[in-house]
Ligand binder design. Structure first.
Ligand code: GLC
Length: 544
């Protein structure tokens, strides 16, 4: 067997592509205006044809939906609005039948205030579950115990008159934080993982992993000296004592141990931290999560030099054996097509699917879906309601999937929970399926190339010096060398081939036509064009 074929047999979460589904917005089979599990099952053919390998579902558990499912009231059930456990089992079986994996969301930092654990905990100071949450006496003046702020606005402490103490909530008051220093909490939450793993779930995306442990001395957070008027209040402090505490690493290792009781499972951590602190979540001796989400692309300036630097810094920061990953969008951040524009979104797609590491796609980005402006009376997101007008609202990136040009975009027969984009008559799966140069066609081609060229999924990475608006790099195995050249600007640009000693043949342009322009010395890129070439010359000559 060639070394490349041996490489191709590496673990699925290394060579696969993850596709995030926001269940409320994917497909509504029941006709109540909210997406559901039978709806997702209906669309598995679409996912399979797209060429993704694993589906990650945002929370589907029973919940009062104060934070749209990130407030879980029962970790081992299914919210009736999404279906039943039988619907889930069917979805899992159908996903597996197509050779795809299913990843669930695990929300360990907090429960819903309606979770029976919190009902018990808040029923009296002597209750056996009192210490499962973070209860504190008031400060001497009767106010909150310290200055900690909620990420969703205001103090993070909520007064409970019945038991005359405050409880801590990193997010809404309807989302009390669990006490991960309590071994009973740890054991109960480990059982939750085992429940889903035993069913055949292939992994978890873990919500706000870096927040699980808070300072046990309850020290005030220091002020953020970079804070300016107009910024949301919670940014007025540095979350020194409420996030990324050293003890969290033991909790992470504990979660990983549970995952390792089962075969081939993956843990993906949601962690918004600077690089040096992010990579600590791979764990000492790689006993942390296998994929600490790398959100660098969500926040970077969109130009060749910044991105080239960012990729270099990320590659250099990875611990030995740590597997990289890349993300372009999720249910909390503006859609990529709105952030960088429709033309650059095609270049971004090529970048996401050719960089070294596991890519995570966000539903609808493969169609070029845009943020949708939400009229004030249609706002759903509690973050926008609590901290209005500063651009934190997440409804715009959570609107229903655009399946076709019919009423409600084929998402539902009912008026949907969030409005459908006005561009759904044009930007939708059905029309793009028929259009050979559509965004959907581009994503399919890129996903197909990743399957055909091991260099793209598992190969090494070498930067080629960024010049002007061009970002370029090489992906290689022993048998294959692919050059990716991305024009991140709105003007044509020439990329020197001869100078770099590159003899090459064209594989794919983001324009999806046959008009890739190459002279013996140059590749001539059109505005906002990305190109993948196969190299024929030795690697050493081609890289800096
Ligand atoms: C994570 C989720 C976000 C949620 C928050 C609180 O950041 O991605 O949607 O609101 O956690 O659970």
């Amino acid at each position: 067997m060639s070394s490349d074929r041996a490489l191709a047999r590496t673990i699925w979460w290394q060579n696969g592509v993850i596709y995030q589904i926001y269940p409320r917005s994917f497909r509504d089979a029941s006709g109540d205006g909210i997406g559901d599990l039978p709806g997702i099952s209906e669309k598995l053919d679409y996912c399979e044809k797209l060429g993704v390998d694993a589906l990650w579902l945002s929370p589907i558990f029973p919940s009062p939906m104060a934070d749209f499912g990130y407030d879980v009231a029962d970790y081992t059930g299914i919210a009736p609005m999404f279906g039943t456990l039988a619907d889930f089992d069917h979805l899992l079986a159908q996903t597996a039948r197509r050779g795809m994996k299913l990843i669930l969301d695990y929300v360990p930092n907090h429960t819903s205030y309606q979770h029976p654990w919190f009902t018990a905990s808040s029923s009296g100071r002597e209750n056996a579950k009192r210490d499962w949450y973070l209860w504190r006496d008031p400060a001497p003046d009767g106010g909150p115990p310290n200055n900690w702020l909620s990420n969703f606005g205001g103090s993070a402490w909520e007064w409970d008159a019945t038991t005359a103490q405050y409880y801590y909530h990193s997010f809404l008051k309807e989302q009390p934080d669990l006490n991960w220093r309590n071994p009973e909490v740890v054991a109960a939450m480990h059982e939750v993982m085992r429940f889903w793993f035993a069913k055949g779930v292939s992994g978890f995306r873990i919500d706000v992993l870096w927040m699980l442990i808070k300072d046990d001395l309850w020290r005030d957070n220091p002020p953020n000296t970079a804070f300016q008027a107009g910024m949301p209040l919670f940014q007025s402090q540095l979350p020194l004592y409420t996030t990324d505490r050293p003890e969290v690493q033991d909790v992470v290792a504990g979660l990983r141990k549970v995952a390792d009781e089962f075969e081939d499972r993956v843990l993906i951590g949601e962690i918004y931290l600077p690089l040096a602190r992010l990579v600590a979540y791979y764990g000492k001796h790689l006993n942390g999560v296998q994929l600490p989400f790398n959100f660098q692309l969500l926040e970077s300036k969109w130009n060749a030099r910044s991105l080239a630097e960012l990729i270099d810094r990320y590659e250099a920061a990875l611990p030995a054996g740590g597997w990289p990953n890349w993300v372009l969008g999720n249910h909390d951040r503006p859609r990529i097509a709105s952030r960088v524009g429709a033309a650059q979104a095609r270049v971004a797609a090529m970048m996401l699917l050719t960089l070294r590491g596991t890519p995570t796609m966000y539903y609808g980005d493969e169609l070029g879906m845009q943020n949708v402006a939400i009229a004030p009376d249609r706002i759903q997101d509690p973050l926008e309601k609590n901290v209005p007008g500063v651009g934190l609202g997440r409804d715009p990136c959570r609107t229903p999937m655009q399946w076709d040009a019919s009423l409600h975009a084929g998402f539902s027969v009912h008026d949907p929970w969030l409005p459908i984009s006005a561009d759904a008559d044009r930007i939708n799966a059905q029309s793009e399926e028929l259009e050979p140069t559509s965004m959907l066609s581009l994503y399919r081609c890129l996903l197909d190339l990743r399957k055909r060229y091991t260099a793209l999924s598992l190969g090494g990475y070498r930067a080629v010096a960024a010049c002007g608006d061009i970002l370029s790099f090489i992906r290689y195995t022993q048998d294959e060398r692919l050059l990716i050249v991305l024009n991140m600007g709105p003007n044509s640009a020439a990329f020197p081939l001869e100078g770099a000693g590159l003899a090459a043949a064209a594989l794919l342009s983001t324009y999806l036509d046959q008009r890739i322009a190459m002279t013996p010395t140059h590749l001539c890129l059109r505005p906002n064009e990305g190109v993948i070439l196969i190299l024929e010359t030795p690697l050493a000559a081609a890289t800096r």
